[in-house]
Structures are given as structure tokens and as C-alpha cells.
Design a protein around this ligand. Sequence first.
Ligand SMILES: [Zn+2]
Ligand SMILES: [Zn+2]
Length: 266
Amino acid sequence: METPICIACGTQFTPSDAPPSACPICDDPRQYVPPDGQRWTTFTELAGSHANEIRDDGGLVGIGTSPSFAIGQRALLVPYGDANLLWDCVSLLDESTAAAVEARGGLAGIAISHPHYYSSMVEWAQRFDCPIHLHAADAEWVMRPDPAVRHWDGELLDLGHGITLIRGGGHFPGGAMLHQADGAGRLLTGDIIQVIPDRTHVGFMWSYPNLVPLPDADVQRIAAAVEPFAFASIHGAWWGRVIPGDAKDVVRRSAARYTRALRGAP
Ligand SMILES: [Zn+2]
Ligand SMILES: [Zn+2]
């Protein structure tokens, strides 16, 4: 049996003889089914057509698939004791990627911001024999249940070694960010806080591809959730989406701009 992977969102499903009739993550209005319809690949096929690029991205090691696949995010390796924590995830895990991660100390855990990046998380967890930390509020979006998945509840999860998961909500109710208390501090945001092209502001949306905004209260809540933490940089979901300094002020200014924009005066 093969594990189907949705070509539009990169989510891997439970092994089966045939792909599911639909992908619930793409049917959800935060994502989309492409105009040419729902299409599937498999974990094996993907490894034959794509490879992972592993390189520095703003001071952390990034892992992204080439050519770009599905939503096109790259994952990040966050130093975690003697090993690493994988922040967000990608659909492709081949032997050369696993060997490169092993060479950097392997994985002691996986944490993912929200369901769009659940991708092939179970393959990664099985390969490195480590847990996957997901917020319980998004449990309905796990398409391949596995004992490695550990759902956490509430607003914060202290993972040790200076790493804390912060629930921001917004884009998804369980939308999580990762704070690393290292030097001046780093905030890894997936697309809960979106790094936008000009790097002087960040964005907040309910659906990015479909351009559906969030209520102002949700945006202010996200900004308030990260306010107690010290951080200089923000690391978004794609290659190069990094704000290298002054990022806390960028969040404050952007949340204030959001309120002004809703009042007609951005
Ligand atoms: Zn999908
Ligand atoms: Zn998303």
C-alpha cells in the first residue's frame, strides 16, 4: 500500500490502496482545490521527481523541496540539546535528507505551526523516532493519525532547552509559533505571523491564497501572545522570509497598522 500525498497542499494521508475521494485541507476555504481538480502523488513518486535543498537561511538550517512542491514552505532545524527540533515540515523525506539531518545531530522532536505544514510529519517522526507536537485545537486536520502525534492544549508549551511553543491562533485556532531563547531570541512563525516582501511589516490573514482577513481582535491577540517574549528576528515559512532584526517592533507596528486599515486609514 502507498501513502497518497495531495499535490496542492502536500499533506500525506494514511496508507491505502487508492487515494481518498477528496482532500479535506484543500476543500477547506483557507486552501483551495486547483482549477484542474484534485490530484495525488505518492511518497515514493515524490522522491523520484524531487529532492531537498538543505542550507542556511537566516542563521538556521532550512530544508526545502526542489523544484518547489505544493505550498512550497521550507522547514527549519532548531538546535535542541544534543539534537534538533524540526520546525514545520515538508512532504519529501529521502535517504540523503535523512543522512544530512543525522549528520547535524538528528531530530529529538517535531513541532508544526498549523495543518498546512503537517505534510509527511509521520514519516519524519518514524524515521527519527521522535514525537510531533501539534496544538489540540487543530486535531481534526490530522490526515494520518499516529502514536507519535502529541496534542498540546492551552497557550504555551515549554519544550525545554529554551524552546517554547506559543499559541497565536488566527489563521487556525491552534496556530502555533516557536520561540527560541538564544542570544537576542528568535520567533519562528510559519504563517501565523506572515513575513511579507518589504520586511518592515508582517501580515495576518485567515486565508492567504484566498485573501480573507482576520477580525482585528484575533490579530491583536496574536501580537499580545508574543509580546512577553524577547526576540530580534522572525523566521517565516519560505526561503528568505526572515526579518533579521527589530522584529518585535515590526509586530507591534503591524498590529497597529491592521487596526488602522480596518478603520479606513492604514
Ligand atoms: Zn490538499
Ligand atoms: Zn497556512
